[in-house]
Design a protein around this ligand. Structure first.
Ligand code: ZN
Length: 203
């Protein structure tokens, strides 16, 4: 199982981190070991002093494919949830400055959190899905798939140019503006429209 992630897929988020808006999707991968298995056992990692949350819509692939046409991409995912792409921002900034890969900042054990899966009906309007990240009872990120630079179908098509997709693969589709630091004791809740899909405490 592979976990693909898209970076800088919302204009306002790219700007808040001082990044340029990319011309094509930015792709990075987290290993299967980065998937948090038990939502009650997330711990603040020892190697960072600036752990950031990034709430994202996450797709699950249901069909094997390679070089998938954008017009046919909808047939390759059938479940969706909300997740957190946890990022050691201080580590990432240092790596970016040196032009080095991001894995130490984003691909560590438990850095990928996913909520409860929902099946995605074929007639769901995937370009108008609203979601909210709640931190300690206050909304900190509000996003909608309508704001994404690259749609789900565009992302699937682009990833599949380079990587074959397989059932069970996950795709983190990027985070909207409002990312920020967290500390031990913070509690995060992800709302898909108005439905709570995850609840996570930083231990
Ligand atoms: Zn992200």
């Amino acid at each position: 199982m592979n976990i693909f992630c898209i970076g800088r897929n919302y204009v306002e988020h790219a700007k808040e981190l001082g990044n340029e808006v990319p011309e094509e999707p930015v792709i990075f991968i987290k290993p299967h070991t980065s998937l948090l298995k038990d939502s009650s056992s997330f711990y603040y990692p020892s190697f960072t002093k600036d752990l950031h949350y990034e709430c994202e819509l996450v797709l699950k692939i249901c069909k094997q494919g390679k070089n998938i046409d954008e017009n046919e991409a909808r047939g390759y995912y059938d479940q969706i949830t909300l997740g957190i792409d946890f990022t050691a921002r201080d580590v990432q900034n240092e790596l970016k400055t040196k032009g080095l890969p991001w894995e130490k900042a984003k691909a560590w054990d438990d850095a990928a959190v996913v909520g409860r899966w929902k099946s995605l009906a074929v007639d769901t309007d995937c370009e108008n899905i609203g979601f909210t990240m709640i931190k300690n009872g206050q909304p900190v990120q509000k996003g909608n798939s309508a704001q994404m630079i690259n749609s789900f179908d565009k992302i699937i098509s682009h990833i599949s140019i380079y990587f074959s997709l397989h059932p069970g693969d996950l795709i983190f589709t990027g985070t909207p503006a409002g990312v920020g630091s967290c500390v031990v004791g913070d509690v995060f809740e992800g709302l898909y429209e108005n439905e709570s899909l995850f609840n996570l405490k930083v231990n």
